[in-house]
Design a protein around this ligand. Sequence first.
Ligand code: FAD
Length: 497
Amino acid sequence: MGKIIRDIGKAEKENFELIITGGGIYGIMLLLEASRRNIKTLLLEKNDFGGATTLNHLKTVHGGLRYLQSLDLVRFRESVNERKWFVKYFPEYVSPMSCIMPLYGNGLKRNSVMRGALMLNDLFSINRNMGITKDKKLPGGKILSREKTVEMFEGVDTKGLKGSALWFDANIEEFQRLIMSVLRKSVDLGSVPLNYVEVKELKTENNKVKGVKCVDVENGEKITFSGDVVINAGGPWSREISTNFDKDFPELFKKNLMLWNILFDRKALSDCALGLTPKRGHGHTYFFHPWKGRLLVGTGEIVVDDIKNNVKVPGKEINKFIDDMNTAIPGIDLKKKDILKIYAGILPASESGKLSKKPVTIDHSTNGGPAGLYSITGVKFTTSRLVADKTIKKIFPDRKPSGYESIFNIEEDHGDISFKYDQNVNEESLIKLKKIVEEESVLHLSDLILRRTSLGENPKRALDSIEKLRPIFTGDKKWWAKEKSDTEKLLKMENNE
Ligand SMILES: Cc1cc2nc3c(=O)[nH]c(=O)nc-3n(C[C@H](O)[C@H](O)[C@H](O)COP(=O)(O)OP(=O)(O)OC[C@H]3O[C@@H](n4cnc5c(N)ncnc54)[C@H](O)[C@@H]3O)c2cc1C
């Protein structure tokens, strides 16, 4: 697969048909969709690829069960199709995940209502397994008896328990490898992704896009790249970028909704993801995921002002969150000291503070802005490819895409790397990690630990592994000392609390 080479000088000499600002999942999927249409594309990311909101997502590729409640069949079908896309083309990283929701006979959460919902879910997603290998197929849902529910989730609150709903979604275990796989495929197809390049200004002539002016974050040098079309896919920074390039478009991100998941140093409660609603309180359902055998719980949310450069969940919100967990499961007794890692990010919300329902695309030229400038924001990781496909199709209607089958060789052996939760770095993994450092634009130790592999998903293990990684980096003693200390701070959550 294509190697990601950070050759800024070479990229400066080229004229790109498309430049993407922002290397989160939306920018990365835009790169893939442009690349498969043979559009010469440059992607610029100010930090590391997928390192902002994208890194913090719950790693679930959602089908559409939640959209059935509002009978939003369009979003339902889109989600099911996109889930299928991920399972079909990345079977080595994406697996079916069973989910259970205990039922207590209240409101919609009654056995009869949920039985109907699960039947509709299966019926409307009848094609969900088409083209998917046997071991990755998603079975249909069903209602489990009270006894079976207790067997599958011992800690369930049995008071008033009537049974549970069982359905299947998909889970990305080696999420970082999936991201790198998409980037490397795009390189294979002729595109250029560059990390640690911050886009500062738009270059225009006669109100037409000509390129972007940037700074190399590694050395502060100014750089200019030439291109005919620019898409701003800056996620939470999209309004700021839009304002710098042209003007503000509040609809891109009306309000900032901070979402978070917390990984606890506890064994998972079940092999299934559990959808649980604390009996007292606001009726919010939390998911207790078995993340590589550990307990990952989400999702908490609050509307915040502008804290995009330092996403910290306030201490009182963490206390409330833990309180909710302890109310949802009798006897679990989670404590703040059990927290291993907090995953937090900012998503777009409506004026009323509810998570936005739809992606937003703006063609700046239709509002008097430069021709060739577009801005997009999306809401879900799951539908990022679809949004990218539609956007590129609209901007480059004459460019025909090659099929995914010709791009993703399902049988291909990526010689890839995965880490079980407690698995340490050994001789064999070190060889693979060295290859990653050489081939995937790894500039910093934290790139490798947090954004190329799942090593950092177990912060204790990652801290223990740091010294073993020293031989695969060529930087000098001073460089290593700084990298080590910066990474240790991240892993010890010194910037998170
Ligand atoms: C806690 C949480 C859980 C979630 N769980 C799920 C889930 O289970 N399933 C699901 O489908 N979705 C989930 N999501 C949603 C999903 O993560 C987001 O929709 C998605 O990651 C947004 O990606 P993005 O590319 O728009 O933004 P980002 O990932 O934030 O990317 C934007 C990028 O732009 C870069 N950038 C900004 N300014 C510049 C500049 N001037 N120059 C260059 N680069 C720049 C930033 O550094 C950043 O990397 C979750 C989100 C959160 C926060």
